[in-house]
Every structure is written in C-alpha cells, then in structure tokens.
Ligand binder design. Structure first.
Ligand code: 3HC
Length: 693
C-alpha cells in the first residue's frame, strides 16, 4: 500500500487499485484531500497492473462535502472541478464505494465516478441549500441526468438525504453491497465491470431523463407553487430550481456555466454567510468551556413530570418518544385524564400523517403512567416541574420533591422566567437543581434553554445537555435572569412594539414589517395565538393597558375569535376597527399625537433593541457566546435562518450603524432604555459580535 499524503493511500488488490481517503471527521474535500485524489488517480492510471479503481473512505462516512471552513476563501488548486475531471476522464473505470453519507461535493465526486456501490445504511444528498448554496461542482447538472428532474428538484431544494434503497431505485447507486464489507463488495463489483467490459459511463452524457422533461415548464411552475411557503424569503431554493431547469433545457456545458454563475452569486451573498455561520453555531452550542466532554453524567432511566397541562404533556412526549418511561403527577383526576387524553390525541394525529403507527402510539402511551401521588416520583432519575408560573407554589413543590425523590436525582424546573436560584433555596441539594425551559408546543419546538443556577453541578449540566440531544432538541446553556435569553430579548422587542402603538402604528403595521423580515409572525399576531389572557385576572383588571381592555371585551385572542385582530371561522386575521379605536383612545389619553411611523423605523427599533439586549446578556455572562443567542432565536422564535439570528444580523448591519440609530431614536426607545456598553465598545472599535472569542 502506498501513502499519497497524510490523508490518502493507494492499495493494489490484483487488478483493482483502491484509493483510500482518511481525513476525519467527515472526509470533507479540503485542499489536502483534493490534492490526494488527483495524485492518487494519476498513480492508479499510470500503474499498468491496475484495470479499475475503487474510491473509498475510512472512518464513519464517505466524503460529506466540500470543506465548509474553506468556502468563501480564495480557491487553491486543485479545484474540485479538477478533482472531478481526474476521475471522470480516467481511461480506467472508477467506482465510488459509499458508506455513511455522500453529501454535497462528496456526492458530486461520486457522480463523476463511472459507477457507484453503497452499503444498505448509506445515504446520498445535496444539502448545499441548507448552507444557502447550490451544488457548485456539477451536481445540479448530473443529478437530474441520473434520477430525473422531479427527484432532483426535491433533493436540491430540501437537502434531504435519500437512503440506499431509494438511491438504487433511482439509479443513483448501481448496486447495494453487504453492510460489513464495503471494500470487498466494491472490489467484486469492479471485477465485474472489467470482466463484462462495461463502458466508462459518464453521467454527463446521459440525456434520456432530462430530454423527457424538456418542454414541460409546468413541472417547475407546479413545484414552485407547491413549495412557496416553505421557501419564503430564501434565495437558495429558487436558484437551485433554476439550475435544474437549465439541466433540462440546456446542453451540459451551458448548464454547468449557469450553475457556476449562480453558485458564485449565492456564495457572495449574506444569506449563505448566515446559513454557514448557523451550521457551525449549531455545533458550537453544545460545547461548554468549563464542562468538558468527559464530565461524568447521571443515567436517566426514568423521568417524572409534575403537571399534566399543555407543557407537562408535551414534555412527557419527548421522553416517551425515545423509550424513557415517564410518571406524570397531577392534583386532580379529571386534569390528569384530560392531560393524558391530549397526549394520546397528539400521537394519534401523527398516525394520520403516517409518521406513527397505532402500535407506536400504544407503545408510547404504555410508557406514560399518570398518578395523583407525588410519592410515585421517588425512584425517578430526573423530575421536571411544569406547573404554572408562581414562585411560592414552585418552591412548595420543590420542597416536597426534595423529601421524596431519591438522592442523586436531578430536580428541574420548566420555568420560563422565574429566578431559578430562588427556587433552589427550597431544597437541600441545590447542585441538583437546573432549569429545563421547553418551548410550546414542547413536543414540537426544537429549542431547549438549559438554565444553569448558581449552584448547579457540572454533571447535572452535562447530563441535561446529553439528554437534550437524545430527545432531538437543540440546547443552549444560559444563566439566570428574568426571561433567560429568549424571553428577555422578546420582552425588549415588545417594549418597542407597544411604544410604537402609542406613537401611531397599528398592530398590523408592526406585524407586517416583522413578517416581511422573515419571522413567522409579528408580536401582536403571536399574542393573539398564545392568548391575551395569560396572567390576566378578570377581577383585578382595571382597563389600564390595551391588553386589559381587549380582555375585558372578551377579545382574548384567536381562541375567542378576536384579540388585536378579528378572526373568521378559518382563523384568518383581519385588522380590527375595535382595536384601532382602543389604541387611539389610549394614545390620546397619554397626550401623544399620532404620526406615521416608517417601516424602517419599525424594523430598526424592534430588531436593534433585541441586538442591544443580546449584548447585555453577553456582558452579564448569561449566554456563553453570541451564536448561542442566535440559536435560541432561530429555534425558539422562528428568526429566519437566512439572517443568521439577531446577533449575526447586527454584524451584517454593522454595529456602528446599530448604535448610531439607537442614539438617533433616543428618547423614543423609552425612558429606561440604555445602550449596552459592550455594544458601544464593539461599535467604536469597528468589531463584530463574531470577533468576540
Ligand atoms: N466541512 C467542514 N467541516 C465539517 C463538514 C464539512 N463539510 N461537515 C461536518 N464538519 C465538521 C463539523 O463541523 C463537526 O466539527 P466539530 O466536531 O469540530 O464540531 C464535525 O465535522 C462532525 O460533524 P457533526 O457533528 O455534524 O457530525 P454528525 O455525525 O452528526 O453528522 C454529517 C455528519 C451528516 C456529515 C454532518 O456533519 C453534515 O451534514 N455535514 C455537512 C454536509 C454538507 O453540508 N455538505 C455540503 C458542503 S457544501 C459543498 O459541498 C459545496 C459543493 O457543492 C461545491
């Protein structure tokens, strides 16, 4: 076996040359890997004994794409296209041997091989769209030539990985080889290619499937229409569609040219920069500087939940979904039955969409035990309190749990805003107390804020993060402050939104600006959805806020058919003259003369207040890094990923500009508003949040 460089070897087995890449963690196409492939191909071609070449990878996966850390930097030869040419133009057949995931540039390289074999667990995909890109090394022109434009459209715009079986059926893979013997299977296949004198099949020359779709623009029109909601605001899906259209209507070389042009456009844009940033942010968020990866964890075999309401029920489902038994405690039998009934209904809904079978539902329900007895939680490894937001009641529950639940178990609170440190004073083991702030609906939303109290131990933190991963969440570790990271920033935005109502904007004006910015809805539509009566008590209502007056008029949000908006039977929102009058009356009472507020001002005051609050959160050490704040807002509140989160957005606007505008708005920002010293400092130094290390 001959070493090519630090990441590759060429082995010779009879007539077969085996080019083996080994560049952990995912064999990405770094400069070194690209150089190794070009050199390895040449060596194999020059070696007269070799009649066919197998390209295979060590480690857990076939090439998982271009090296994302190199994207956007000046290109270094050999380029990916040179790599591909060295394979596609080889006079000897090249066979890609795929395990793990052949993704992006990895699949594009495989598509330049003359044949592809894969193990049953392998997956193929072109996930560039998730990085705000399109496959830029011929993938958009080769994939439809093999699998047809319909599947190609779906793959490039969703980025989803397709399994080996589907790949085989679509022609993307020529043969499935035994799971444990990829190398043996690939070599056997290569021998067959030689023995049967199979041609050097180049995907670029296969035209049947694209020609069949030529002159059928409806394929693309319908696809765009069907996915308009999914693609809203994103550039990359549309660009990907255009390349597949080009594959159908243009010769291969012209299609490649268009692909390159559109790829470069996306690569130079803010959206891709944001999405690449988020790719790394999603991976960084798990890393906690003072809680190393080898921190011991507590085995969680049984979970207890206090409260079978919407939150408690949703949280329970997360654990039942991964096979962990859950005991749910309620105060009254009817509330318990209602809670368990809602869970069952949620599961049954999933059977309609085909995601679960009835057997799955029964299995998951079988893992849930309802009880009225707190004592039943004694042997749980983790208990999560999910009752209503009242400090005294929470402390009372924690005091009881402390006496009941076995030592060594974690006692967690799902509070979304209360002081976790105060809750921890109710127990004798504050080091085992942590916040697990799930977002509603807890069985759906991806975000989990893991709240570290002053005394929370490192194993408790490590266990919580690991558990979050197990139940499919993305977790951000945050510190204790009112509202933690997500709701604190939400509150800063609400202050501006409400202030602007007093100055002359209507709820729908503000909501529209934020919706157009890319959020799923604005603050007032969100309040209507959540219910305006959260925390509202009829007897104590004094018509002192717009919200109170709305509730007093039984406009309590979507559920009563009216809130800030009026709703029809299908829950479509319409601006409400009643709300408008209430707002105008309040504004008049406060002595404000209404003015026209520009869309620019609405956007800047809302988002810059968020950026400013994020900077304060960093100053106080409540979040570990700016990108963690972005992860919270993307996954918990629907901040558009193509804008990278509020902190990244601040960087793209320029922190100097943010500060200048905040100063310009001055008193309008509110009498208690202050600019974060960290934000001012970064702005003055011309630095970005991303530069904070
Ligand atoms: N480039 C650079 N680093 C990469 C990488 C890539 N393409 N893919 C993964 N990594 C790094 C991750 O950042 C992570 O680093 P860390 O350990 O320091 O945090 C490490 O590899 C392991 O990654 P994961 O934690 O994601 O490991 P998993 O086992 O969960 O997932 C995977 C493996 C499915 C391969 C996943 O990493 C993945 O989806 N990677 C991205 C694939 C991709 O987007 N490819 C397209 C790239 S763009 C392209 O090819 C352009 C071309 O068309 C020109």
């Amino acid at each position: 076996m001959g070493a090519i460089n630090a990441v590759a070897n060429l082995a010779v087995e009879g007539e077969i040359g085996i080019l083996i890449l080994n560049s952990p963690p995912v064999n990405a196409l770094s400069h070194q890997v690209r150089a190794a492939i070009v050199e390895g191909m040449q060596l194999a071609i020059d070696n007269a004994a070799i009649k066919a070449i197998v390209l295979i990878c060590e480690g857990k996966t076939f090439i998982a794409g271009a090296d994302i850390t190199e994207l956007g930097k000046p290109p270094q030869s050999p380029s990916l296209v040179e790599v591909e040419d060295s394979i596609e133009n080889s006079p000897k057949p090249v066979i890609a041997a795929i395990h793990g995931t052949a993704l992006g540039g990895g699949l594009e390289v495989a598509l330049c091989c003359h044949y592809r074999v894969a193990v049953p667990s392998a997956k193929c995909g072109l996930p560039e769209v998730n990085l705000g890109l399109l496959p830029g090394a011929g993938g958009t022109q080769r994939l439809p030539r093999i699998v047809g434009p319909e599947l190609a459209l779906e793959m490039v715009t969703s980025g989803k990985h397709v399994d080996a079986k589907t790949s085989l059926a679509a022609g993307l893979v020529d043969e499935i080889v035994p799971e444990g013997d990829l190398r043996g299977g690939a070599v056997a296949f290569a021998k067959k290619v030689i023995a049967e004198k199979r041609p050097l099949r180049k995907v670029r020359d296969l035209n049947d499937k694209v020609v069949a779709a030529r002159g059928k623009p409806e394929i693309f029109a319908e696809f765009r229409k069907a996915n308009a909601r999914r693609f809203r605001g994103f550039l990359a899906p549309e660009y990907n569609i255009r390349t597949i259209e080009a594959a159908v209507s243009l010769p291969f070389a012209a299609g490649l040219q268009l692909e390159h042009k559109l790829f470069m456009e996306l690569m130079g844009g803010t959206q891709s920069a944001a999405q690449r940033y988020v790719f790394f942010a999603e991976r960084q968020v798990w890393k906690i500087p003072d809680v190393p990866e080898d921190t011991p964890t507590i085995p969680i075999k049984k979970v207890g939940i206090v409260g079978a309401g919407t939150m408690g029920g949703g949280i329970s489902m997360n654990f039942a979904n991964v096979g962990i038994p859950v005991t749910i405690v309620e105060m009254k039998q009817d509330a318990l039955e209602r809670g368990l009934g809602v869970i069952r209904k949620n599961y049954e809904r999933s059977t309609k969409s085909g995601r679960l079978t009835m057997a799955d539902v029964d299995k998951r329900m079988g893992l849930l035990t309802g009880t009225l007895n707190l004592e039943a939680l004694a042997d749980c490894d983790l208990v999560i309190e999910a009752i209503f937001e009242n400090m005294d009641v929470k402390k009372d529950v924690f005091g009881k749990l402390d006496k009941i639940v076995k030592q060594g178990a974690i006692l967690a609170s799902n509070t979304s805003a209360l002081d976790l440190n105060e809750i921890a004073t109710a127990v004798q083991r504050p080091q085992f107390v942590i916040g697990l702030h799930f977002f509603s609906p807890a069985n759906v939303m991806r975000l989990l804020e893991v709240v570290r109290g002053a005394k929370t131990s490192k194993p408790v933190i490590a266990t919580s993060m690991q558990l979050a991963k197990k139940i499919g969440k993305i977790a951000a570790l945050v510190g204790v402050c009112p509202g933690f990271v997500g709701n604190r920033i939400l509150y800063a935005r609400s202050l501006q939104a409400n202030a602007m109502l007093m100055e002359g904007a209507m709820p729908w004006d503000i909501d529209k600006v934020l919706y157009d910015f890319g959020l799923p809805m604005g603050p007032f539509a969100m309040s209507d959805l959540a219910g305006l009566d959260l925390g509202w008590i009829k007897e104590k209502s004094k018509s002192s806020t717009i919200r109170e007056v709305l509730c007093e008029k039984d406009r309590r949000g979507q559920k009563t058919g009216a809130g800030f908006y009026d709703y029809d039977e299908q829950r479509n929102a319409r601006p409400s003259p009643v709300t408008e009058q209430i707002i105008k009356d309040f504004a008049a009472k406060s002595g404000n003369t209404p003015r026209k507020i520009s869309e620019e001002e609405i956007l800047e005051r809302c988002t810059y207040a968020m950026i400013n609050e994020g900077a304060k959160i960093l100053e106080e050490g409540i979040a570990i890094r700016p990108s963690d704040i972005d992860i919270v807002w993307i996954n918990g509140y629907g901040w558009p990923v193509y804008r990278g989160g509020p902190m990244f957005y601040g960087d793209t606007v320029g922190l100097k500009n943010v500060v200048a505008k905040l100063k310009e708005y001055g008193p309008r920002m509110g009498k208690d508003f202050t600019i974060s010293p960290l934000l001012e400092k970064l702005a003055a130094e011309g630095r970005r949040f991303q530069d904070l290390k």
